[in-house]
Write a protein that binds this ligand. Sequence first.
Ligand code: SF4
Length: 341
Amino acid sequence: MNPFSVQTLLTEADVENLRFDAQARYIAGGTNLVDLMKHQIETPVSLVDLSEWEEASDIVKTGNGFRIGAMVTNSALANFAYQEPSLSMLSQALLSGATVQLRNRATTGGNLLQRTRCYYFYDTAKPCNKREPGTGCSAFTGMNRIHAIFGTSEQCIATHPSDMAVALIALNASVSVKTAEGKTRDVALREFYCMPGETPDREHVLKQGDLVTSVFIPAKTRGTQHYHKVRDRASYAFALVSVAAGLELSGETIRSVSLSFGGVGTIPWHPQKALDVLEGSDFSVSLLEKAIDAELADAKTFGSNDFKPGLLRRVFLSVMLSLAQRQKAQHGHEGALYENH
Ligand code: SF4
């Protein structure tokens, strides 16, 4: 590991006084950055330690939603969301990620900014456009079982690894940012991440020195919710495919639907084409098939991940049908609603 200096941030106002050069990085729980430094993938010459930034460790329930401080741990957020029916998919997503020990260290801001787990990104002996722009992408012709089918480019096909971000995209969250100049701005999470395009090393819209201060989730009735994650091991594994969904029916009509996919996109995937088919329509198996097929029309596979479109289709259908069954059960209807699945 290279030598580095450390500054400490105690309050949000300290941002304006930092010596934040091009090689500096914020460090919160350190559950990803320390690994990246050990592997010499990131070699910051200075770190800004956020661990004593107490004002960012609260969750506040406001009149119109929930404000989650950037330093709230994944464990604390999962426990809070577990008790809020309108955030149940967030709790399920968090509890499906990593291990208890990691969730106790990892923070809300850090989780959003974690980097891909592409094998070749971590193997410094192999070309990787994200780690070293212009060197090539080893995953294109190598093992790409865990790689993306949406939002890929010829430069990079790596997935974003966060489960939490997938649920937050479905919940229409936004991120509050304090700039190095002391200004504040809010960014919708759906516009926060950058697809690789020609610049796979640029993963989000933050500029050097920008500090994520909190995440806001608007209060909204979203009916029944579920986060379903399919992975190679029962725990401590990243998603091959995941679906975050909320569904509210009024009779047979879809009154509201929230949806996001993980493990399949170069960014946490907001499936707008599927949502366009679903919103306001009458719920049926054929409608679900039409919706997922509309989204999958843009999917591109690379060999080892050829199974992902079919898997995503099945997981999506299963999650949506089970949500509809639960809605029906909650409203006192008897028997299976959609037994033809
Ligand atoms: Fe690097 Fe992206 Fe290719 Fe993986 S998929 S080797 S991260 S360029």
